[in-house]
Design a protein. Structure first.
Lengths: 108, 118
């Protein structure tokens, strides 16, 4: 499985809605897709996993959706702390895990 | 839950490095661990997985034969050894608690910077 994220960079303002895309090169189950957030100099943080469930402590402005080959991470109202790099990840077989190349969400 | 990794490592090309990840806050054998690396300015790259319960491992094809994951249940520590280091192995190496079955990596270590330079 190859995951392609787009756009590579997204420039938005606080309060706006962000939509990040993750496309797989073949059909996958959303229950095997996760999303992570990474701030500069920090370890990644799990945001969304399984059937688009939010990880512990993740605010409800974050949501995941999609099916087949096209998946989306949405952030409904951007807060200053949301500007970071986001990665999608697939759980499968051979290899067990694959990451997308990331989308940088920057302040416009 | 805490995953605390060992510190900065510097190695010459051709050498090996073994980094550790000490785990606390839950029953060590309840979950597996994955190792992920991130080269400077680059994205995340999955290297391999180990079951803390059985010791079973699975490695990315890219690292097969060069990486070994082990655990020490007596000290709740996970280890990642990478051999035949090259300059392009310079990266931050993370351990992460792996919930399995697509549930994600819910806790991460702080990362180990490994620099490979002659």
């Amino acid at each position: 499985i190859v995951l392609t994220q787009s756009p590579r960079t997204l420039s938005l303002s606080p309060g706006e809605r962000a939509i990040l895309s993750c496309r797989a090169n073949q059909s996958i189950s959303i229950s095997h897709l996760a999303w992570y957030q990474q701030n500069p100099g920090q370890s990644p943080r799990l945001l969304i996993y399984g059937d688009s469930r939010r990880a512990t402590g993740i605010p409800d402005r974050f949501s995941g959706s999609g099916s087949g080959t096209d998946f989306t991470l949405s952030i409904s109202r951007l807060e200053p702390e949301d500007f970071a790099v986001y990665y999608c990840q697939h759980y499968g077989t051979s290899p067990r895990y694959t990451f997308g190349q990331g989308t940088k969400l920057e302040i416009k | 839950v805490q995953l605390v990794q060992s510190g900065v490592e510097v190695r010459k090309p051709g050498a090996s490095v073994k980094v550790s990840c000490k785990v606390s806050g839950y029953t060590f054998t309840s979950y597996g661990f994955s190792w992920v690396r991130q080269a400077p300015g680059q994205g995340l790259e999955w290297m391999g997985w180990i079951s803390a319960y059985t010791g079973d491992t699975e490695y990315s094809e890219k690292f097969q034969g060069r990486v070994t994951l082990t655990t020490d249940t007596s000290t709740s520590t996970v280890y990642m050894e990478l051999r035949s280091l090259r300059s392009d192995d310079t990266a931050v190496y993370y351990c992460a608690r792996d919930l399995g079955w697509g549930l994600g990596f819910d806790h991460w270590g702080q990362g180990n910077l490994v620099t490979v330079s002659s």
